[in-house]
Structure formats: structure tokens, C-alpha cells
Design a protein around this ligand. Sequence first.
Ligand SMILES: Cc1cc2nc3c(=O)[nH]c(=O)nc-3n(C[C@H](O)[C@H](O)[C@H](O)COP(=O)(O)OP(=O)(O)OC[C@H]3O[C@@H](n4cnc5c(N)ncnc54)[C@H](O)[C@@H]3O)c2cc1C
Length: 396
Amino acid sequence: MTPQNSTGLDAEVMVVGGGLAGLIGSIQLAQAGLTVILFEKTVFPKHKVCGEYISNEVRPILEKIGLYPNQVTPIKIDELLLSAPSGNSLRTQLPLGGFGISRYAIDLALYELAIESGVKVYTQTSINAVHYNTSKDQFTLSTRKGQVFQGRVVLGSFGKRSMLDRTLDRGWFKYEAPYIGIKYHLKLDFPSNLVSLHNFWGGYAGLSKVEDGSVNFCYLISKSVFQRYNDIKSVEREVLSKNPFLKSAIEQGEPLENFPLSISNISFRPKSLIQDHILMAGDAAGLISPLAGNGMAMAIHAADIAAKHIQLYMQHKITRSEMEQNYWQEWNTTFRWRLWAGRQLQKLFGQTFVSEFSMRALQKAPSLVPLIIRQTHGKYDKALLSSASFGNGRHG
Ligand SMILES: Cc1cc2nc3c(=O)[nH]c(=O)nc-3n(C[C@H](O)[C@H](O)[C@H](O)COP(=O)(O)OP(=O)(O)OC[C@H]3O[C@@H](n4cnc5c(N)ncnc54)[C@H](O)[C@@H]3O)c2cc1C
């Protein structure tokens, strides 16, 4: 690898992982005039296991970088339907609301914006080692194919589980990761403005529309329950279908080509935010329960915070240690409570009996629902929002 400039570095900032956190972080840093390399082990575009409901909290960030609303046409979502395994349910307005957009569409739009903003993107490039050299105060990254890159700062945005977690010897990695995620896009008649969350024995499933009018059907299930049936069709028939809402979606929905997709080894354990001087963002910093519907917003928001502190460091306004401390401080103030609340929500709705009980309690006091949702979501500054309105999808 030939170094790019007189400093001998390939880039000022090197970003590992091109999901939402990595793309947003690299776009912002490149737009601020820094040289940025982004490494992504797979390709763009591609489908990912995700519920694809994004909280409005991050609309100002998407507007700031120039993505939203011009480049994408999401579906506006402002109502929530929640059901217990028996089908006992309640429907309520979402306090902040959000939008439905596929990862295929939003990751692709961000990737194109990254290229346009000057980010050098290496796809199909997996980073398998990161080394911080104290005397030179810089990083060396090595790819699986043996290439080596040098830079000043590393943003770790490699998602919920990566080979790098093992290489970096991250504490949470040695524990069991007990959940499996499955996702479809379905052809199904479903209200555009609704996100529905349905509990079942061993997990929960979400349904909401994305930009092309198809319906995202995504569920998280405990490995131990899944293994009793061991294939997707049986588990959907024998477990999910006990909830009448899910039975109807499973029977009436027509899966689109390329689905279902699945991932395993999902863990919600706390993670280190800064390790070996790498600033972690998105799921690499901590995964919130998907029940909270806020992981994507957290990834976008964390990358925004990290980009701000990295810029100050690169402008020599703060030291490396101040950059790390300030990022740690702001990240914890913004997200620590949400992650904790998400874990409590997971406990509340992850078990059949507790979930039925919780549903009855919430039906008696429905005003508690927006209060609970607020615990796992941030706020947005309305003044930052443009007057541009949401689309309702190309076909939706
Ligand atoms: C079942 C399920 C449903 C969900 N539903 C929702 C929802 O409805 N709303 C919501 O807001 N959130 C939801 N989430 C959470 C959301 O998907 C994540 O929080 C979000 O994707 C995090 O983005 P990220 O950028 O951190 O990671 P990712 O989007 O996973 O990106 C990480 C990237 O890093 C790459 N990578 C990994 N290792 C390396 C390496 N060594 N070198 C180079 N590249 C590497 C990967 O290929 C990947 O592209 C859900 C999660 C699950 C599991």
C-alpha cells in the first residue's frame, strides 16, 4: 500500500465497518475536510436483518449531511400496536414517530453520499487487526488479505459481532449470545402509518412498511426455543402463530425473493466504548433490544457525536485523551439509560407470562406506553427539522 500524503499516513481517519454508524461517521468527517477511508467486509447494496423502523430523533442528522429527505422516500409511521402472546393488544400514538426504510435503500444512499463526499471506500475488505503505536501516536490496520493501512484515528463501527471483537479480546465476546434474528419482506396488506410489535413464547416480531410498499416482518427469538424446532417454517407455525396477529401475517404474507434472511449469536451485554484507543459507535458500542426500535437511531446519533470529537482532535483543539474522555462522557449521557431501559423492556416482554401481565397493566393505564417508549428513545430538536414532509413510499 502506497501512503497517500507527506505524513506517511493513508488517511487521517480509518473507519471499520460500513453500516449506519460507519457511513454516517465517515461522511461527516469527509465533509469536514478530513481524509477518510472506510473498510466494509461485504458489498453495497445488500439486505440486512433489521426491523427497518427509524426513530425521527435522527432526522436532523440525516438532513445535516444532505441525505434526507431528498435522496430517500421513507414511509411515515406514527402509531404503535403492541400485543401479548395471546393476542391481547393495545394501539397508541408514538410520541416521536419515525419512518420505514429498508437497509438496502438507506445504506446504498449513504454509500453513494460517502463516495460523493470524498470517502475512499474499500468494499469486500475485512479488517482483522488494529494496532495502536504509542510512540508514533497512530494506528496500523491489517486486512484479511494482508494489506496494511496507517491513520491517526480509528472509528470502530463493525456492528454487533465481528472477528475483530475476538482479536481485540472484548470481554462480552466469551459469553453466550442467545438470540437469533430472522427477517422477510412480505407482500401484505398492512397500514402504512403503523409499526406493530407482537410477543410470542421466546421472542417478539415487528411488522411495518418500507419505501417500496412491502412489509418488513422481522423477529428475534431465543436460541433455546428455536432449537426445539430447528427450522424457520416449523417455528413460525408452532410458536409465532400462537399469536393471532402473527398467524394472520404468516398465512397471508407472501415472502419476496431473497428472503428470509437470518443471523445468530445476538447479545445485549454491555461493551467497552473505547478500547485500544478505538472509538466504538453503533452496535460495536452496545446493542439495544430491538423491541425498543432504536438501534439504528443510536448508531446514527453515536457516529454524529464521535465525528464531532474526532474533528476537534484533528484540528488540534483537544488532545487524544480529551477526545476519548469527551466522547465517553457524551455517549454515556446520551445512551446509557436507554440501553438499561431496553434491557428491562426485553425482560418485561421477553417472557410469555410477564408479557401478558404487563399488557393487562398497560391496557388499564395506556398513558404509560408513551412514557415507557420515551425511556428508550432520544428527543429531536424540532427547530432543526426542515418543512419538507415525508413521502408515503413509491408504491405505498
Ligand atoms: C432482529 C433485529 C431487529 C432490529 N430492528 C430494528 C428496528 O426496527 N429499528 C432500529 O432502529 N434498530 C433495529 N435493530 C438494530 C439495528 O439493526 C442496529 O442497531 C444497526 O444496524 C446498527 O448499525 P451499525 O452501523 O452499528 O451496524 P451494522 O449495520 O451491522 O454495520 C456493521 C458493518 O460492519 C461490517 N464489518 C463487520 N466486521 C468487519 C470487519 N472486521 N472489517 C470490515 N467491516 C466489518 C459489517 O459487514 C457491517 O456492514 C434491529 C436489530 C435486530 C437484530
